[in-house]
Ligand binder design. Structure first.
Ligand SMILES: CC/C=C\C/C=C\C/C=C\C/C=C\C/C=C\C/C=C\C=C\C(=O)SCCNC(=O)CCNC(=O)[C@H](O)C(C)(C)COP(=O)(O)OP(=O)(O)OC[C@H]1O[C@@H](n2cnc3c(N)ncnc32)[C@H](O)[C@@H]1OP(=O)(O)O
Ligand SMILES: Cc1cc2nc3c(=O)[nH]c(=O)nc-3n(C[C@H](O)[C@H](O)[C@H](O)COP(=O)(O)OP(=O)(O)OC[C@H]3O[C@@H](n4cnc5c(N)ncnc54)[C@H](O)[C@@H]3O)c2cc1C
Length: 627
């Protein structure tokens, strides 16, 4: 079989130990073992099939999502899976659902912003799935501007309660995942009001639905906000709308790690920075960076395997056409994305360490690295999700017409992924946060602090910041330029962390050499993409730019024989890839043909509606012709 032989031949060319690269990609032998075992468990369970998703109505799609979530929970209990294994199972089920928000936001919020007592009360309920929670911050009128939220939480000293209320239409909670149809509880962000004084935004645990009949509680109006981009995609998630009509909750349901309200209605600030109210967003943003490497690597795996199977033009002496992966234009589009997937994987590993380090410091009342953690998670979430969304679309184009078929897996992957540029913080708004951090950092440079990083990339950031700061105009006036400097700063971090990864012990024949090539491809690709910055800031000369481009082309030739092995190292099952084009066996054409006939439109030879609407036209035309 053409495709199968092509991939087998490609795999025989590998110049490095693929099994060792799998360990590098997974992070450790342990995580490789867990992800391999769990991904195959999911792949072999018919309940978790994904191939019908785009053909179901919204209601059937959602019901099937609930079925999968219940089955996943049942398997977690039956198999006594650890938290790590359960998270892997939810990841490989690969369907946005309320469980993600319950485990990925509701629980981390209680852990990060609740007191010890509140954690002891609510976490056991959440871990045992006795309640299902969501994260209700965004409103119809405000998402980016958290301090602009309008929902109120007014303290009533008569009854020792907070009254939660939606004073305006724009104060309706809007977007929270899991809210629309499933969650029984929410962490609701609202304005703390005591004695008519507004103390800003805090988090409150609010029960939304009865645990008996699941009906909304009194004063609660709740539902789904409607269909979103694509047919399957994120429509498995019940993003919801929620309004409160003077709903009362006990005082002890305000999350009080940051601030406390006493029985007398006095607000007491604890010794932690108020920004911890934003802490869940930092947590999820660092996870989103790792998620970006998964999504991008998935698309690159599909496009790389297909590029090795697809032959077009270029008849060779043996009468066979050329593999499109051999075209330099295909390599110059595909290999930087392959390098980016590895780069984002490693910067995601570092960010996870940074987040854990910040949390450990918080335990010791050391808040010194919180601003850097915020800036890094915000900036890298923005950089990696934008690059990944663009990269998935590029991979679709790299697969030509077949990339546009749902059976390629790429349209669905794109549709599910692209909101990542918006949720957890609009990417531009987050880059502006990085710009603010950079301005502060540059202003402190006079105090003898020296920036660290790779010279050319560091010079680019410094020059971009100096130029902007030297102009001494207002932040808003310069914001479009400052965003440019923020991107440069984040790219510096990605390159630096890739270089640091290479300084670690990297076992396996040829593994380090391949990673060095990918690191250089990422660094030189970004340099080429932003050549204007590097030249205008004098960081490199035109001659150096030309040499860099030549080196980039040479690196593509170095990666070419290893490309299939480098994507095999992601260790994705065909079930997870969900792509006829990205199959491990390369058996593309027969499977494309087979998939086509599964479409419901082919259930009948003559389509419904033909006799009713089209045949009369033809008959009428025939009658006219005889007249
Ligand atoms: C579906 C699965 C879901 C979850 C699963 C989790 C993990 C799974 C794995 C991967 C994830 C993949 C996909 C899923 C993830 C998510 C999708 C599903 C759900 C999505 C949820 C949401 O979208 S939740 C809502 C997100 N909303 C935002 O991000 C709002 C963005 N806006 C803001 O953050 C703020 O408004 C602002 C920072 C823009 C402005 O803040 P503001 O206070 O108004 O003003 P500033 O002066 O700028 O800031 C004041 C000072 O505070 C500092 N600051 C700001 N933010 C932070 C922070 N987060 N941490 C620490 N410090 C912060 C700022 O620097 C200022 O400090 P100064 O010293 O300069 O004064
Ligand atoms: C799929 C999905 C799932 C979500 N899940 C949740 C959830 O579970 N819980 C939750 O609370 N929220 C959730 N959200 C909401 C999400 O967090 C917000 O949509 C996001 O924070 C962006 O805010 P916004 O929609 O108000 O956009 P806006 O901020 O209104 O952005 C609109 C435009 O204005 C620009 N803009 C805004 N402010 C500035 C500024 N200061 N300077 C320059 N430009 C600016 C933006 O860059 C953008 O181009 C979800 C959203 C999506 C799409």
């Amino acid at each position: 079989m053409a495709g199968f032989d092509d991939l087998a031949s490609e795999r025989s060319k590998a110049q490095f130990d693929v099994e060792e690269m799998k360990v590098i990609w997974a992070g450790s032998r342990h995580t490789l073992e867990v992800s391999d075992r769990i991904s195959r468990l999911v792949a072999n369970d018919p309940v978790f099939r994904k191939d019908t998703r785009t053909m179901l109505s919204r209601k059937d799609l959602f019901k099937n999502t609930l079925r999968k979530a219940a089955h996943a929970w049942k398997r977690i209990i039956e198999l006594r899976l650890s938290e790590e294994e359960a998270a892997e199972l939810r990841f490989y089920v690969d369907e946005p659902a309320f469980m993600d928000l319950h485990w990925g936001m509701f629980i981390p919020t209680i852990k990060g912003q609740g007191t010890e007592e509140q954690q002891q009360k609510w976490l056991p309920l959440a871990y045992k799935m006795k309640i299902i929670g969501c994260y209700a911050q965004t409103e119809l009128g405000h998402g980016s501007n958290v301090q602009g939220l309008e929902t109120t939480a007014t303290f009533d000293p008569q009854t020792d309660e907070f009254i939660i209320h939606s004073p305006t239409l724009t104060s309706s909670k809007w977007w929270p995942g899991g809210l629309g149809k499933v969650s029984t509880h929410a962490v609701v962000y609202g304005r703390l009001i005591i004695d008519s004084k507004d103390y800003g935004v805090n988090g409150f645990i609010v029960q939304l639905r009865s645990l008996d009949d699941h009906l909304p509680l009194p004063g609660i109006t709740i539902g789904d906000i409607g269909m979103k981009f694509g047919s399957g995609a994120y429509n498995t998630m019940d993003n919801g709308v929620l309004r409160f009509d003077h709903v009362r909750i006990p005082r002890d349901q305000m999350l009080m790690r940051v601030s406390q309200v006493t029985r007398e209605g006095k607000l007491v600030q604890s010794n932690v920075p108020w920004q911890l109210v934003y802490g869940t967003m930092v947590y999820v943003r660092q996870k989103i960076v790792s998620d970006a490497s998964c999504a991008l690597s998935r698309a690159v795996c599909i496009a790389t395997r297909y590029s090795a199977v697809r032959r077009q033009f270029g008849l060779q002496s043996n009468g066979i056409e050329t593999q499109v992966i051999d075209y330099k234009t295909q390599q110059s589009r595909l290999f930087p994305l392959l390098a980016s997937a590895y780069a984002f994987r490693f910067v995601g590993e570092w960010l996870k360490w940074l987040y854990m380090d910040v949390n450990q410091r918080l335990q010791a009342s050391d808040f010194s690295t919180l601003p850097e953690a915020h800036a890094c998670t915000a900036g890298l979430k923005s950089l990696t999700t934008s690059a990944t969304a663009d990269g998935i679309e590029e991979c679709r184009k790299l697969c030509g017409g077949h990339g546009y078929l749902c059976s390629s897996g790429l349209p669905e992957l794109f549709a599910v992924y692209i909101p990542a540029c918006t949720y957890e913080g609009d990417n531009i708004v987050l880059l502006l946060q990085v710009a603010r951090f950079l301005i502060k950092t540059v202003s402190q440079l006079g105090s003898g602090k020296e920036p660290v990083g790779t010279t050319v990339y560091m010079g680019r950031v410094e020059q971009l910041m100096q130029c902007h700061c030297a102009v001494q105009k207002g932040f808003l006036e310069l914001s479009a330029d400052l965003v440019q400097a923020a991107v440069a700063h984040c790219q510096l971090i990605v390159v630096s962390k890739f270089i640091e990864k290479l300084q670690q012990d990297i076992p396996g024949k040829g593994v380090k050499g391949q990673l060095e090539a990918l690191c250089n491809i990422y660094a030189l690709f970004i340099l080429h993409k932003h050549l204007g910055d590097f030249l205008s800031t004098g960081c490199i000369t035109p001659k150096q730019a030309s040499l860099a481009n030549a080196q980039l082309r040479s690196l593509y030739s170095q990666v070419r024989p290893n490309a299939i092995a480098l994507v095999d190292a992601f260790n994705y099952t065909d079930h997870y890839l969900s792509s006829v084009l990205g199959r491990y066996d390369g058996n593309v054409y027969p499977k494309l043909y087979e998939e086509a006939w599964k479409d419901p439109l082919n259930d009948s030879v003559v389509p419904d509606g033909y006799q009713e609407y089209i045949q009369p036209i033809l008959k009428q035309q025939l009658r006219n012709a005889r007249l």
